[in-house]
Design a protein around this ligand. Sequence first.
Ligand code: GCU
Length: 441
Amino acid sequence: MQTSRSTRFTVAFCAMFVLSFHPSNRSVMGFEPNYDESKIPEYTLPDPLVTQSGSPVTTAEQWNTVRRPELLALFEKHVYGVSPPPCPIRRKHVSSKTVFDGLATRTEIDVLFGSADDATSMRMMVYVPKQRAGAVPAFLGLNFQGNHGVDDDPEIELNPGWFRVGRDGTTDGNKANEKSRGATASRWPLQMILKRGYAVATIYYGDIDPDFDDGFNNGIHGTLGDQVAHVAPESRWGSIAAWAYGLSRGLDCLEAETDLGIDAAKVAVLGHSRLGKTALWAGATDPRFAMVISNNSGCGGAALSRRAIGETVGRINEAFPHWFCDQFTEYNENEDACPVDQHELIALAAPRPIYVASATEDQWADPKGEFLAAAAADPVYRLLGTDGMGGDAPPAKMPAAEQPINSGVVGYHLRTGKHAVTDYDWQQYLDFADRHMKDGR
Ligand code: GCU
Protein backbone atom coordinates (compact mmCIF):
# COMPACT_ATOMS: atom_id res chain seq x y z
CA MET A 1 0.00 0.00 0.00
CA GLN A 2 1.37 3.41 -0.91
CA THR A 3 0.54 6.32 1.35
CA SER A 4 -0.27 9.62 -0.29
CA ARG A 5 2.25 12.44 -0.31
CA SER A 6 0.08 14.53 2.00
CA THR A 7 -0.32 11.73 4.56
CA ARG A 8 3.39 11.17 4.34
CA PHE A 9 4.00 14.86 4.83
CA THR A 10 1.98 14.85 8.05
CA VAL A 11 3.65 11.68 9.30
CA ALA A 12 7.05 13.04 8.35
CA PHE A 13 6.41 16.34 10.04
CA CYS A 14 5.51 14.56 13.28
CA ALA A 15 8.51 12.27 12.85
CA MET A 16 10.79 15.29 12.38
CA PHE A 17 9.37 16.85 15.52
CA VAL A 18 10.07 13.69 17.50
CA LEU A 19 13.48 13.24 15.88
CA SER A 20 14.63 16.75 16.67
CA PHE A 21 14.05 16.22 20.37
CA HIS A 22 14.99 12.61 20.85
CA PRO A 23 18.42 12.12 22.42
CA SER A 24 19.57 9.38 20.09
CA ASN A 25 17.06 9.48 17.22
CA ARG A 26 17.65 5.77 16.88
CA SER A 27 14.76 4.17 18.68
CA VAL A 28 11.95 6.48 17.71
CA MET A 29 8.50 5.30 16.80
CA GLY A 30 8.88 1.99 18.56
CA PHE A 31 11.67 0.74 16.33
CA GLU A 32 14.24 -1.35 18.15
CA PRO A 33 17.20 -2.11 15.94
CA ASN A 34 18.66 -5.59 15.90
CA TYR A 35 22.42 -5.72 16.44
CA ASP A 36 22.69 -9.47 16.86
CA GLU A 37 24.29 -11.24 13.87
CA SER A 38 22.57 -14.48 14.87
CA LYS A 39 19.17 -12.85 14.38
CA ILE A 40 19.78 -11.73 10.81
CA PRO A 41 17.18 -13.31 8.53
CA GLU A 42 18.45 -15.87 6.05
CA TYR A 43 18.89 -14.20 2.73
CA THR A 44 20.26 -14.75 -0.76
CA LEU A 45 21.70 -11.77 -2.55
CA PRO A 46 20.56 -11.15 -6.09
CA ASP A 47 23.45 -11.98 -8.42
CA PRO A 48 24.66 -8.86 -10.24
CA LEU A 49 25.90 -11.12 -13.03
CA VAL A 50 22.56 -12.80 -13.77
CA THR A 51 19.86 -10.85 -15.63
CA GLN A 52 16.26 -10.63 -14.43
CA SER A 53 15.36 -13.27 -16.98
CA GLY A 54 17.99 -15.61 -15.56
CA SER A 55 20.72 -15.31 -18.19
CA PRO A 56 24.30 -15.28 -16.94
CA VAL A 57 26.36 -12.20 -17.78
CA THR A 58 29.76 -13.40 -18.88
CA THR A 59 31.22 -10.58 -20.95
CA ALA A 60 31.91 -6.88 -20.41
CA GLU A 61 29.71 -6.17 -23.39
CA GLN A 62 26.74 -7.98 -21.84
CA TRP A 63 27.30 -6.05 -18.64
CA ASN A 64 27.46 -2.70 -20.43
CA THR A 65 24.61 -3.21 -22.86
CA VAL A 66 22.20 -5.43 -20.92
CA ARG A 67 22.77 -5.88 -17.22
CA ARG A 68 24.05 -2.44 -16.23
CA PRO A 69 21.10 -0.59 -17.85
CA GLU A 70 18.73 -3.16 -16.34
CA LEU A 71 20.13 -2.65 -12.82
CA LEU A 72 20.11 1.11 -13.17
CA ALA A 73 16.44 1.02 -14.19
CA LEU A 74 15.64 -1.29 -11.26
CA PHE A 75 17.29 1.07 -8.78
CA GLU A 76 15.38 3.96 -10.32
CA LYS A 77 12.06 2.17 -10.19
CA HIS A 78 12.37 0.54 -6.78
CA VAL A 79 14.79 2.58 -4.68
CA TYR A 80 15.75 6.16 -5.62
CA GLY A 81 13.18 7.09 -8.28
CA VAL A 82 13.55 8.41 -11.81
CA SER A 83 15.17 11.84 -12.18
CA PRO A 84 14.60 14.31 -15.02
CA PRO A 85 17.09 14.45 -17.89
CA PRO A 86 20.00 16.86 -17.31
CA CYS A 87 18.85 20.47 -17.42
CA PRO A 88 20.99 23.25 -18.86
CA ILE A 89 22.72 25.24 -16.14
CA ARG A 90 23.56 28.90 -15.88
CA ARG A 91 26.57 30.06 -13.90
CA LYS A 92 27.06 33.31 -12.03
CA HIS A 93 30.40 34.14 -10.47
CA VAL A 94 30.09 35.37 -6.92
CA SER A 95 33.65 35.75 -5.65
CA SER A 96 37.24 34.69 -6.07
CA LYS A 97 39.91 35.08 -3.44
CA THR A 98 43.34 33.79 -2.44
CA VAL A 99 43.10 31.97 0.88
CA PHE A 100 45.19 30.01 3.39
CA ASP A 101 48.29 32.22 3.04
CA GLY A 102 48.50 31.78 -0.69
CA LEU A 103 47.86 28.02 -0.71
CA ALA A 104 44.67 28.15 -2.79
CA THR A 105 42.12 30.16 -4.70
CA ARG A 106 38.57 29.98 -3.41
CA THR A 107 35.88 30.65 -5.99
CA GLU A 108 32.14 30.79 -5.38
CA ILE A 109 29.77 30.22 -8.28
CA ASP A 110 25.98 30.16 -8.27
CA VAL A 111 24.68 27.37 -10.47
CA LEU A 112 21.09 27.82 -11.67
CA PHE A 113 18.96 24.85 -12.66
CA GLY A 114 17.45 25.82 -16.02
CA SER A 115 16.96 29.14 -17.72
CA ALA A 116 14.06 30.64 -15.75
CA ASP A 117 14.94 33.80 -13.83
CA ASP A 118 13.56 32.31 -10.62
CA ALA A 119 15.24 28.93 -11.19
CA THR A 120 16.48 27.16 -8.06
CA SER A 121 20.18 27.71 -7.61
CA MET A 122 22.98 26.18 -5.59
CA ARG A 123 26.22 27.86 -4.60
CA MET A 124 29.35 25.88 -5.31
CA MET A 125 32.48 26.75 -3.36
CA VAL A 126 35.69 25.58 -5.01
CA TYR A 127 39.23 25.54 -3.62
CA VAL A 128 42.06 24.99 -6.11
CA PRO A 129 45.74 24.76 -5.11
CA LYS A 130 47.72 27.66 -6.55
CA GLN A 131 50.85 25.63 -6.99
CA ARG A 132 50.12 23.19 -9.77
CA ALA A 133 51.75 22.02 -12.95
CA GLY A 134 48.48 21.64 -14.85
CA ALA A 135 44.83 20.97 -14.22
CA VAL A 136 44.36 19.06 -10.95
CA PRO A 137 41.99 16.27 -9.90
CA ALA A 138 39.21 17.22 -7.50
CA PHE A 139 36.82 15.96 -4.85
CA LEU A 140 33.20 17.08 -5.13
CA GLY A 141 30.79 16.55 -2.26
CA LEU A 142 27.70 18.00 -0.67
CA ASN A 143 27.84 19.44 2.83
CA PHE A 144 25.29 19.35 5.66
CA GLN A 145 25.64 22.77 7.27
CA GLY A 146 26.27 25.22 4.46
CA ASN A 147 29.46 26.30 2.74
CA HIS A 148 29.99 28.61 5.70
CA GLY A 149 30.06 25.48 7.89
CA VAL A 150 33.01 24.06 5.93
CA ASP A 151 35.35 26.96 6.70
CA ASP A 152 34.85 29.72 9.27
CA ASP A 153 36.03 32.60 7.04
CA PRO A 154 33.44 35.34 7.80
CA GLU A 155 33.54 36.35 4.13
CA ILE A 156 31.63 33.19 3.22
CA GLU A 157 27.99 34.17 3.25
CA LEU A 158 25.83 32.59 5.93
CA ASN A 159 23.49 30.47 3.81
CA PRO A 160 20.01 32.03 4.13
CA GLY A 161 18.14 28.80 3.25
CA TRP A 162 16.37 26.13 5.28
CA PHE A 163 18.43 24.13 7.80
CA ARG A 164 17.55 21.18 9.96
CA VAL A 165 17.32 22.20 13.59
CA GLY A 166 20.76 21.44 15.00
CA ARG A 167 21.23 20.12 18.52
CA ASP A 168 24.51 22.03 18.66
CA GLY A 169 23.10 25.56 18.80
CA THR A 170 23.99 26.29 15.17
CA THR A 171 20.43 27.13 14.12
CA ASP A 172 17.67 29.49 15.19
CA GLY A 173 14.54 27.70 14.11
CA ASN A 174 15.33 26.49 10.62
CA LYS A 175 17.91 29.21 9.92
CA ALA A 176 21.67 28.91 10.31
CA ASN A 177 23.21 31.26 12.84
CA GLU A 178 26.74 32.60 13.36
CA LYS A 179 27.68 29.57 15.48
CA SER A 180 27.41 27.39 12.40
CA ARG A 181 30.47 29.00 10.83
CA GLY A 182 33.08 26.27 10.53
CA ALA A 183 30.78 23.79 12.30
CA THR A 184 31.68 20.96 9.92
CA ALA A 185 35.29 22.04 9.27
CA SER A 186 36.65 18.82 10.81
CA ARG A 187 34.95 16.88 7.99
CA TRP A 188 36.66 19.05 5.37
CA PRO A 189 40.43 19.23 6.07
CA LEU A 190 40.82 21.66 3.18
CA GLN A 191 44.47 22.52 3.63
CA MET A 192 45.50 18.88 3.94
CA ILE A 193 43.68 18.08 0.69
CA LEU A 194 45.02 21.12 -1.14
CA LYS A 195 48.61 20.38 -0.05
CA ARG A 196 48.26 16.94 -1.57
CA GLY A 197 47.52 18.59 -4.92
CA TYR A 198 43.74 18.21 -5.10
CA ALA A 199 40.96 20.72 -5.54
CA VAL A 200 37.81 20.52 -3.40
CA ALA A 201 34.33 21.62 -4.45
CA THR A 202 31.35 21.62 -2.15
CA ILE A 203 27.69 22.63 -2.18
CA TYR A 204 25.11 22.87 0.62
CA TYR A 205 22.70 19.99 -0.02
CA GLY A 206 19.70 22.06 1.11
CA ASP A 207 20.28 24.46 -1.80
CA ILE A 208 19.29 21.59 -4.10
CA ASP A 209 16.44 20.18 -2.06
CA PRO A 210 15.68 21.12 1.56
CA ASP A 211 15.80 17.98 3.67
CA PHE A 212 12.18 17.63 4.76
CA ASP A 213 9.10 16.08 3.25
CA ASP A 214 7.05 18.88 1.74
CA GLY A 215 5.34 16.72 -0.86
CA PHE A 216 8.21 17.39 -3.28
CA ASN A 217 7.45 21.00 -4.08
CA ASN A 218 10.49 22.89 -2.92
CA GLY A 219 14.05 22.88 -4.33
CA ILE A 220 14.64 21.32 -7.73
CA HIS A 221 11.67 18.99 -7.22
CA GLY A 222 9.56 22.10 -7.74
CA THR A 223 11.68 23.56 -10.55
CA LEU A 224 11.97 20.37 -12.58
CA GLY A 225 9.11 18.22 -11.29
CA ASP A 226 7.07 18.50 -14.49
CA GLN A 227 9.73 16.55 -16.29
CA VAL A 228 8.97 13.38 -14.39
CA ALA A 229 5.21 13.68 -14.83
CA HIS A 230 5.27 10.71 -17.21
CA VAL A 231 6.82 8.45 -14.55
CA ALA A 232 4.54 6.37 -12.28
CA PRO A 233 4.12 8.45 -9.09
CA GLU A 234 5.65 5.77 -6.86
CA SER A 235 8.85 5.78 -8.93
CA ARG A 236 9.54 9.51 -9.13
CA TRP A 237 12.76 10.88 -7.72
CA GLY A 238 13.17 11.25 -3.98
CA SER A 239 15.53 13.65 -2.26
CA ILE A 240 18.61 11.44 -2.56
CA ALA A 241 18.09 11.37 -6.33
CA ALA A 242 17.59 15.15 -6.33
CA TRP A 243 20.83 15.71 -4.40
CA ALA A 244 22.66 13.36 -6.79
CA TYR A 245 21.19 15.31 -9.71
CA GLY A 246 22.65 18.46 -8.14
CA LEU A 247 26.08 16.82 -7.95
CA SER A 248 25.92 16.08 -11.66
CA ARG A 249 25.04 19.71 -12.40
CA GLY A 250 27.97 20.63 -10.17
CA LEU A 251 30.16 18.52 -12.42
CA ASP A 252 28.66 20.28 -15.47
CA CYS A 253 29.82 23.51 -13.91
CA LEU A 254 33.35 22.21 -13.28
CA GLU A 255 33.50 21.02 -16.89
CA ALA A 256 32.48 24.45 -18.14
CA GLU A 257 34.77 26.42 -15.80
CA THR A 258 37.99 25.45 -17.50
CA ASP A 259 39.81 28.48 -16.04
CA LEU A 260 39.54 27.08 -12.53
CA GLY A 261 42.43 24.69 -13.18
CA ILE A 262 40.48 21.51 -12.44
CA ASP A 263 40.67 18.39 -14.58
CA ALA A 264 36.94 17.62 -14.87
CA ALA A 265 37.74 14.10 -16.11
CA LYS A 266 39.24 13.40 -12.69
CA VAL A 267 36.54 14.35 -10.25
CA ALA A 268 35.79 12.02 -7.34
CA VAL A 269 32.30 12.30 -5.90
CA LEU A 270 32.16 11.74 -2.16
CA GLY A 271 29.74 12.04 0.71
CA HIS A 272 29.05 11.13 4.30
CA SER A 273 25.99 9.35 5.67
CA ARG A 274 22.84 10.39 3.72
CA LEU A 275 25.20 12.29 1.46
CA GLY A 276 27.25 9.08 1.08
CA LYS A 277 24.10 7.35 -0.18
CA THR A 278 23.81 10.33 -2.51
CA ALA A 279 27.41 10.06 -3.73
CA LEU A 280 26.86 6.37 -4.56
CA TRP A 281 23.73 7.16 -6.56
CA ALA A 282 25.50 10.06 -8.32
CA GLY A 283 28.37 7.72 -9.21
CA ALA A 284 25.94 5.11 -10.51
CA THR A 285 23.92 7.50 -12.64
CA ASP A 286 26.74 9.71 -13.91
CA PRO A 287 29.68 7.82 -15.38
CA ARG A 288 31.64 11.06 -15.73
CA PHE A 289 32.57 10.81 -12.04
CA ALA A 290 36.03 9.27 -12.12
CA MET A 291 35.87 7.86 -8.59
CA VAL A 292 33.21 7.30 -5.94
CA ILE A 293 33.62 7.51 -2.16
CA SER A 294 31.03 6.44 0.38
CA ASN A 295 31.73 7.47 3.97
CA ASN A 296 29.53 5.69 6.55
CA SER A 297 26.57 5.66 4.13
CA GLY A 298 24.75 2.72 5.74
CA CYS A 299 21.18 1.74 4.94
CA GLY A 300 20.14 2.74 1.42
CA GLY A 301 23.83 3.41 0.75
CA ALA A 302 26.61 0.84 0.84
CA ALA A 303 25.05 -1.51 3.43
CA LEU A 304 23.17 -4.60 2.30
CA SER A 305 19.46 -4.12 2.96
CA ARG A 306 18.78 -7.84 3.34
CA ARG A 307 20.83 -8.07 6.53
CA ALA A 308 18.25 -5.85 8.26
CA ILE A 309 20.70 -5.09 11.06
CA GLY A 310 20.95 -1.64 12.59
CA GLU A 311 18.86 0.71 10.46
CA THR A 312 16.39 -1.14 8.23
CA VAL A 313 14.51 -0.25 5.06
CA GLY A 314 11.28 0.05 7.07
CA ARG A 315 12.86 2.35 9.65
CA ILE A 316 14.54 4.61 7.10
CA ASN A 317 11.35 4.98 5.05
CA GLU A 318 9.38 5.80 8.17
CA ALA A 319 11.81 8.38 9.51
CA PHE A 320 12.81 9.90 6.17
CA PRO A 321 9.89 9.30 3.80
CA HIS A 322 11.21 11.76 1.22
CA TRP A 323 14.65 10.25 0.66
CA PHE A 324 13.67 7.34 -1.59
CA CYS A 325 10.83 6.79 -4.04
CA ASP A 326 7.51 5.52 -2.67
CA GLN A 327 8.03 2.12 -4.25
CA PHE A 328 10.86 1.49 -1.77
CA THR A 329 8.27 1.26 1.04
CA GLU A 330 7.12 -2.03 -0.52
CA TYR A 331 10.29 -3.51 0.95
CA ASN A 332 9.72 -2.38 4.53
CA GLU A 333 10.30 -5.57 6.58
CA ASN A 334 10.25 -7.27 3.18
CA GLU A 335 13.79 -6.69 1.88
CA ASP A 336 13.97 -10.02 0.06
CA ALA A 337 11.25 -8.92 -2.34
CA CYS A 338 13.35 -6.05 -3.66
CA PRO A 339 14.88 -7.05 -7.00
CA VAL A 340 18.17 -5.34 -6.12
CA ASP A 341 20.44 -4.95 -3.14
CA GLN A 342 23.12 -2.42 -2.40
CA HIS A 343 26.16 -4.41 -3.64
CA GLU A 344 24.65 -3.84 -7.07
CA LEU A 345 24.69 -0.10 -6.48
CA ILE A 346 28.43 -0.35 -5.84
CA ALA A 347 28.77 -2.48 -8.97
CA LEU A 348 27.15 0.28 -11.01
CA ALA A 349 30.32 2.33 -10.50
CA ALA A 350 32.45 -0.38 -12.13
CA PRO A 351 35.07 -0.30 -13.50
CA ARG A 352 35.76 3.09 -11.89
CA PRO A 353 37.54 3.08 -8.54
CA ILE A 354 35.21 3.08 -5.54
CA TYR A 355 35.96 3.32 -1.83
CA VAL A 356 33.62 2.34 0.99
CA ALA A 357 34.43 3.37 4.56
CA SER A 358 32.85 2.30 7.85
CA ALA A 359 33.41 3.10 11.53
CA THR A 360 33.46 0.70 14.48
CA GLU A 361 30.97 2.68 16.56
CA ASP A 362 28.62 3.20 13.65
CA GLN A 363 26.71 -0.06 14.02
CA TRP A 364 23.53 1.73 12.93
CA ALA A 365 25.09 1.87 9.44
CA ASP A 366 26.10 -1.83 9.58
CA PRO A 367 29.86 -1.75 8.89
CA LYS A 368 29.88 -5.47 8.11
CA GLY A 369 27.05 -5.04 5.61
CA GLU A 370 29.05 -2.27 3.95
CA PHE A 371 32.10 -4.52 3.68
CA LEU A 372 30.06 -7.47 2.37
CA ALA A 373 28.43 -5.26 -0.25
CA ALA A 374 31.81 -4.05 -1.52
CA ALA A 375 33.04 -7.65 -1.66
CA ALA A 376 29.89 -8.79 -3.49
CA ALA A 377 30.48 -6.12 -6.17
CA ASP A 378 33.96 -7.52 -6.80
CA PRO A 379 32.92 -10.07 -9.50
CA VAL A 380 31.54 -7.28 -11.67
CA TYR A 381 34.79 -5.34 -11.35
CA ARG A 382 36.76 -8.44 -12.32
CA LEU A 383 34.51 -9.15 -15.29
CA LEU A 384 35.35 -5.65 -16.49
CA GLY A 385 39.06 -6.40 -16.42
CA THR A 386 40.07 -4.81 -13.11
CA ASP A 387 41.44 -6.47 -9.99
CA GLY A 388 38.37 -5.58 -7.90
CA MET A 389 39.32 -5.63 -4.22
CA GLY A 390 42.82 -6.81 -5.14
CA GLY A 391 44.46 -10.22 -4.94
CA ASP A 392 42.84 -13.23 -6.58
CA ALA A 393 39.51 -12.85 -4.83
CA PRO A 394 37.92 -10.45 -2.33
CA PRO A 395 38.91 -11.13 1.29
CA ALA A 396 36.59 -13.64 2.93
CA LYS A 397 36.78 -11.84 6.27
CA MET A 398 36.12 -8.27 7.17
CA PRO A 399 39.40 -6.49 7.95
CA ALA A 400 40.21 -5.23 11.43
CA ALA A 401 40.04 -1.51 12.16
CA GLU A 402 42.77 0.59 10.54
CA GLN A 403 43.67 -2.22 8.12
CA PRO A 404 42.51 -0.68 4.85
CA ILE A 405 41.99 -2.85 1.81
CA ASN A 406 43.31 -0.61 -0.91
CA SER A 407 45.43 -2.50 -3.39
CA GLY A 408 42.67 -2.88 -5.98
CA VAL A 409 40.06 -0.54 -7.44
CA VAL A 410 37.47 -1.38 -4.77
CA GLY A 411 38.73 0.03 -1.49
CA TYR A 412 37.37 -0.47 2.02
CA HIS A 413 38.33 0.47 5.53
CA LEU A 414 36.94 0.23 9.01
CA ARG A 415 38.00 3.11 11.22
CA THR A 416 37.91 3.10 15.01
CA GLY A 417 35.37 5.57 16.25
CA LYS A 418 32.07 7.18 15.56
CA HIS A 419 29.89 8.08 12.60
CA ALA A 420 31.98 10.94 11.19
CA VAL A 421 34.49 11.95 8.55
CA THR A 422 37.96 12.24 10.06
CA ASP A 423 41.47 13.02 8.87
CA TYR A 424 42.14 9.28 8.90
CA ASP A 425 39.31 8.76 6.40
CA TRP A 426 40.62 11.55 4.20
CA GLN A 427 44.18 10.20 4.30
CA GLN A 428 42.88 6.89 2.91
CA TYR A 429 40.88 8.67 0.20
CA LEU A 430 43.88 10.78 -0.78
CA ASP A 431 46.18 7.74 -0.96
CA PHE A 432 43.57 5.92 -3.04
CA ALA A 433 43.14 8.95 -5.30
CA ASP A 434 46.92 9.22 -5.70
CA ARG A 435 46.89 5.71 -7.08
CA HIS A 436 43.96 6.18 -9.43
CA MET A 437 43.57 9.85 -10.34
CA LYS A 438 47.08 11.22 -10.60
CA ASP A 439 48.73 11.58 -14.00
CA GLY A 440 50.11 8.48 -15.60
CA ARG A 441 48.09 6.10 -13.42
C1 GCU B 1 20.20 9.07 10.25
C2 GCU B 1 19.72 8.04 9.25
C3 GCU B 1 20.87 7.49 8.41
C4 GCU B 1 21.68 8.62 7.81
C5 GCU B 1 22.07 9.60 8.87
C6 GCU B 1 22.71 10.88 8.33
O1 GCU B 1 20.97 8.45 11.24
O2 GCU B 1 19.04 7.05 9.94
O3 GCU B 1 20.40 6.66 7.37
O4 GCU B 1 22.79 8.11 7.12
O5 GCU B 1 20.93 10.04 9.59
O6 GCU B 1 22.63 11.18 7.17
O7 GCU B 1 23.26 11.62 9.14
